[in-house]
Design a protein around this ligand. Structure first.
Ligand SMILES: *[C@@H]1O[C@H](CO)[C@@H](O)[C@H](O)[C@H]1NC(C)=O
Ligand SMILES: *[C@@H]1O[C@H](CO)[C@@H](O)[C@H](O)[C@H]1NC(C)=O
Ligand SMILES: *[C@@H]1O[C@H](CO)[C@@H](O)[C@H](O)[C@H]1NC(C)=O
Ligand SMILES: *[C@@H]1O[C@H](CO)[C@@H](O)[C@H](O)[C@H]1NC(C)=O
Length: 503
């Protein structure tokens, strides 16, 4: 066994470090350690258990944001579904809290939370406790397969991969799937949260392109589901997904790049974004407009994308005409384009969102103002930075599957998520940031309602939503069916031992 006796010794000797203030009760900690030892005695040589202090433990439990990390009793790396079943049975039987994730990494404004009671893959969830635990941390890093089957036109993707790894593996085959928009987003959390992609206007959300899920149910039973074999589980997965099978899409070179614009010209960004949103109907074109405030200095950071080597004349002209501090645009392979999208490791980060029916000029101006306003209010506070990301999708992004097939999104009409990310350094500011985020979302919601947008009827994107967002807002009319499923598939509330949205 890979985890050998030395790890068992470490379990007994490592004390809870005093710097982890939220002390986990001593007895519960002992139970978690006992579960770790039990797991280590039953798993095959393809799996391993790592104790605090080992590099594999640190790698397995790390998050890109310290605001979402906790000390776990051990990190377990299952190497096959059989061992994952055993692990889940042990934590379930002993009622030991657990989390599922895989490693640190994050682009700075694309966030992944877990959805339903499934568990996420990438350690991107910015919500505390969503993918971290004081109990058993299950690191999915050994589920790393990418297999393109030309005959069936499908790609099998392990739940422990990041999207850039998937894009790299698929590029030689000239195929792709709609995945994460930034470098190093994890496959599992992103897909389970729906998954808005650069290819969504053409092909829908990531989840709309999944044809089969392999998963371990809460009671430890392994199963594979398609919408034909088990429409119910396919709709509202319960358990831990180990593999996603996507339909493969053809992929060639893409045009894209980033532009950084200084404060003086942010009004022009707003005008160009408004015009783009109401005039560009080409589904191959997509943008993200980020209003950023870094220690009180506003900038705009644009990501422009076209799924083809050269965009049609005119589509992006207004953006390209704005005087820029930096402009780096070229034709590249899809993986190279994704790599060009910013990644920053951060200290503390919370993410929140609201949905709109349209990006009017009034709303865009209000969003830009929010970034400046909160940047000023919190300036001086520990390198405070905020990013308000505007994502003008087309209705076609949401119409490729139905709300009956996938639990999220529950409404297939157009809704536009704005991702609001605050970044800071010290936990002392957590409560202030949380309250500021809420006020900001409230204000923007009022602005949208003020111009007649029926914001309350729109789903909230769960990959961006703050931790206590009500499930009604995320799943709307699908929530009841999900709750019924919860009782059927997880009567003992095993998934209640992990974080994330609770049913
Ligand atoms: C590829 O898919 C075809 C059609 O579904 C199947 O018959 C074949 O076994 C698959 N190949 C592999 C290597 O899995
Ligand atoms: C421009 O982007 C490419 C990748 O798309 C990157 O390799 C290069 O370093 C960037 N150049 C600048 C000046 O940022
Ligand atoms: C800017 O945002 C703040 C905070 O939401 C708000 O009080 C203020 O009225 C806004 N200003 C403008 C010009 O919209
Ligand atoms: C596990 O749960 C599934 C779905 O509810 C059920 O079909 C299966 O019989 C259960 N297995 C065991 C061993 O209880």
């Amino acid at each position: 066994m890979r985890c050998g006796i030395s790890h068992l010794v470490i379990f007994f000797t490592v004390a809870i470090s005093p710097c982890y203030g939220r002390a986990f009760e001593t007895r519960a900690w002992a139970d978690a350690e006992a579960a770790c030892r039990k797991i280590s005695s039953v798993i095959s040589s393809q799996s391993a258990v790592f104790a605090p202090g080992s590099p594999q433990y640190s790698e397995g439990t790390a998050h890109y944001a310290t605001s979402s990390s906790q000390l776990s009793a051990c990190s377990v790396e299952p190497g096959n579904v059989n061992d994952l079943s055993k692990i889940l049975r042990i934590v379930g039987k002993n009622r030991v809290p657990f989390a599922v994730g895989f490693h640190r990494s994050s682009p700075y404004f694309f966030r992944l939370n877990q959805i339903v009671t499934q568990v996420k893959g990438a350690g991107h969830a910015s919500n505390p406790g969503f993918s971290s635990t004081p109990g058993v941390h299950i690191a999915m890093s050994r589920f790393r397969e990418v297999t393109y089957n030309k005959t069936s036109g499908t790609v099998e993707i392990g739940a422990g991969l990041t999207w850039i790894e998937v894009y790299d593996a698929l590029e030689p085959h000239g195929v792709n799937v709609p995945g994460g928009r930034g470098n190093s987003i994890g496959v599992a959390g992103f897909t389970l949260g729906g998954g808005l992609s650069w290819l969504s206007n053409e092909h829908g959300l990531a989840a709309d392109n999944v044809v089969k899920y392999d998963l371990v149910l809460p009671n430890g039973t392994f199963t594979s589901v398609t919408k034909y074999s088990n429409a119910e589980l396919f709709f509202g997965l319960k358990g831990i997904v180990t593999k996603f099978t996507f339909r493969a899409l053809p992929q060639g070179d893409v045009w894209g790049g980033s532009i950084v614009i200084l404060e003086d010209h942010i009004n022009e960004v707003t005008a160009a974004t408004f015009k783009f949103g109401c005039s560009v109907l080409d589904p191959k074109a997509a943008i993200i407009v980020n209003y950023v405030s870094t220690q009180g200095t506003p900038t705009a950071f644009l990501s422009l994308f076209y799924n083809g080597p050269v965009p049609p004349v005119g589509i992006f002209d207004d953006f390209l005409a704005i005087p820029a501090l930096e402009r780096n645009i070229s034709t590249h392979s899809f993986p190279s384009w994704i790599r060009s999208q910013d990644i920053r490791h951060v200290d503390r980060n919370y993410d929140h969102t609201f949905s709109a029916t349209k990006y009017s000029e009034t709303l865009l101006t209000a969003i830009a103002n929010e970034s400046v306003f909160w940047g000023d209010v919190l300036n001086g506070q520990q390198s405070f930075r905020n990013v308000y990301s505007v994502e003008p999708f087309l209705p076609s992004a949401f119409s490729q599957a139905s709300a009956v097939t996938n639990a999220f999104p529950p409404s297939r009409i157009l809704w536009l998520p704005t991702s609001i990310n605050f970044f800071w350094e010290q936990s002392a500011l957590d409560a202030v940031v949380e309250s500021s985020l809420r006020q900001s979302v409230e204000h923007l919601t009022l602005v949208a309602k003020g111009e007649g947008q029926d914001v309350d009827s729109l789903p909230v994107y769960n990959n961006y939503a703050l931790f206590d967002t009500s499930l009604e807002k995320i799943y709307q009319g699908n929530l009841r069916r999900l709750r019924e499923m919860k009782h059927r598939y997880d009567p003992e509330n095993i998934m209640g031992l992990t974080g994330g949205w609770r049913f």
